[in-house]
Design a protein around this ligand. Structure first.
Ligand SMILES: Nc1ncnc2c1ncn2[C@@H]1O[C@H](COP(=O)(O)OP(=O)(O)OP(=O)(O)O)[C@@H](O)[C@H]1O
Ligand SMILES: [Mg+2]
Length: 346
């Protein structure tokens, strides 16, 4: 759709469906165009008897232009998945596409259009930052004029201007991560793979990295696929998230989608403060609302568990009993809590 002008998209006499059908038939709009990354039954098995199922039947879809978080416990299969997506490991089963290219047959195209920050990142430590980037830029056949300017710009972007002629061997963990990001950007990729981009760096450095990732995504439309153990980080910067454990996909969607998933499974928990009547009376009234499964009075707060969202019904019941609701909140379910619930028992 990017290349279409507004004029060419006259919709006066066409429904959206018939228009997209026409576009699909004409080949302009293909279903896969929407995705920067897609995997179908992607699997990787290790060991003589293929007994280690590092990645097991993974179906993923990452939309173009989004920041996608890939999370899971140690050994879940995140790095193995990324390695298959960038052509470093061949899948045992299944297939995948990155930027429209097949991850087995079109690895060279994938290398050209993607950038990778691996964990751990490896550089030529006896070379300076500039020399390292020059080396990578040469691999991409970037002409010297463009190359030298880009090197300076990239190091400025990641805050390493002053270290441009220092050997990377002397870099701190935070500097190495930021330098790794600069290296991943040498070929101006449209898809960026970041394996734990902030692990081991201090809070300030981590925030800088997150801001950089957001900015790259916002200003250049780069699709970012990142793994992380920080749920706070993922919640802050990712549009969509996939949770993986023991090679299997457990859940995918926005944080709100994951919240809905847990709500459906475990119900909703509300906290209420009530004036004008004793809490015990409010509790009696709430108890009779259909769908309320439990209640408890703690710290002058009424805790209510319900099968589904019952905000209005609960508020009405309290009011009918003569009470005034002065505080009504749904118990906070941040990604950290959702993550723990989702991987529980996996
Ligand atoms: N080359 C290999 N040979 C055998 N087993 C491997 C190999 N690479 C990975 N594995 C196994 O595959 C599983 C997934 O590992 P992977 O490194 O992908 O996990 P991860 O999610 O990246 O974990 P972490 O959060 O610790 O980085 C683990 O059980 C690991 O031991
Ligand atoms: Mg890993």
């Amino acid at each position: 759709m990017e290349s279409m002008s507004v004029e060419s998209m006259s919709v006066e006499s066409m429904s959206v469906e018939s228009m997209s059908m026409e576009l699909e038939q004409s080949g302009i709009l293909q279903e896969t165009d929407e995705f920067a990354i897609e995997t179908i039954h992607l699997s990787k098995f290790f060991g003589k008897e293929k007994q280690i199922r590092a990645v097991d039947n993974l179906n993923l879809q990452v939309k173009k232009g989004e920041v996608f978080g890939f999370v899971g416990p140690n050994g879940a299969g995140k790095t193995t998945t990324m390695k298959m997506l960038i052509g470093l490991l061949e899948p045992s089963e299944g297939s995948g596409k990155v930027a429209g290219f097949d991850i087995v047959r079109e690895v060279i195209n994938i290398r050209e259009t993607t950038g990778v920050l691996p964990e751990p990142a490896g550089f030529y430590d006896n070379l300076t930052a500039r020399q390292n980037l020059r080396f990578y830029a040469k691999l991409y056949n970037i002409e010297p004029g463009v190359r030298e300017k880009r090197i300076v710009n990239l190091l400025e972007t990641v805050g390493l201007t002053r270290a441009i002629d220092q050997k990377t061997g002397g870099f701190s963990t935070g500097m190495r991560k930021r330098f790794g990001l600069a290296q991943a950007l040498v070929n101006e990729p449209s898809v960026l793979f970041l394996d734990e981009p902030t692990s081991g760096i201090d809070p300030l450095g981590a925030q800088m990295m997150r801001d950089l990732i957001k900015e790259l995504n916002r200003s250049k439309g780069v699709t970012v696929f990142l793994s992380s153990h920080s749920m706070e980080e993922v919640e802050e910067i990712c549009d969509h998230i996939a949770i993986i454990a023991k090679g299997k996909l457990l859940a995918a969607g926005s944080v709100e989608d994951l919240r809905d998933m847990i709500r459906e499974k475990e119900g909703v928990h509300y906290l209420l403060e009530v004036q004008d009547i004793p809490l015990s009376e409010a509790a009696e009234a709430v108890k009779n609302v259909e769908g309320v499964t439990a209640f408890d009075i703690r710290d002058r707060t009424l805790h209510v568990s319900a099968k589904m969202k019952l905000r209005t019904e609960i508020a009405k019941a309290v009011k009918k009993a003569g009470g005034t609701v002065s505080m009504f909140e749904e118990e906070e379910m941040n990604l950290q809590k959702l993550f723990l619930k989702i991987i529980e028992g996996a």
